[in-house]
Design a protein around this ligand. Structure first.
Ligand code: MG
Length: 158
């Protein structure tokens, strides 16, 4: 059996925060605001995986109001989420992601981001892809006020 999952997230960009994508810090004067470390890509991937496995969503497992998750390392949240998905018998076929932001440029960091996700998901880097787009200057993303991430995954029952 195979199952597809979809995840999506958006964070405000503010000064004085690191800009994180799947645990990789990109040089940027602004970073994601959030209760956790704000890693927008990690959050979208978590929701894609949990959704494919029909286990829940990120807000249920890691409630944003819970002090336990204050400044939490989102890659650790991904690790814990993947452990639950794996324990249900699922393995990753592939993961495809899209990051949408005006700055910084994501492409130079793509391979690092792919490797970071693949390592946590116990998959080959070939099974993980990340694309980057801009907001074409339109809306909050285009004005550099926000970053969005989308993720689609395919899981197969072991
Ligand atoms: Mg989030």
């Amino acid at each position: 059996m195979m199952r597809i999952g979809l995840g999506r997230d958006l964070h405000r960009l503010v000064e004085g925060r690191p800009f994180l994508l799947a645990g990789v810090r990109l040089p940027s004067p602004r970073g994601e605001e959030g209760h956790s470390d704000g890693d927008v890509l990690a959050h979208a991937v978590i929701d894609a995986l949990l959704g494919a496995a029909a286990l829940g969503d990120i807000g249920e497992f890691f409630p944003p109001g819970d002090p336990v998750w204050k400044d939490a390392d989102s890659m650790e949240l991904l690790r814990q989420s993947w452990a639950k998905v794996r324990a249900s018998g699922w393995r990753l076929v592939n993961l495809d992601c899209c990051v949408i932001c005006e700055v910084p440029k994501v492409l130079p960091w793509r391979e690092k981001i792919r490797s970071s996700l693949a390592a946590v998901l116990e998959a080959d880097t070939e099974a993980v892809f990340v694309k980057a787009k801009t907001g074409e200057g339109l809306g909050p993303i285009g004005e550099g006020l926000a970053v969005e991430a989308e993720a689609v995954c395919l899981l197969r029952m072991q």
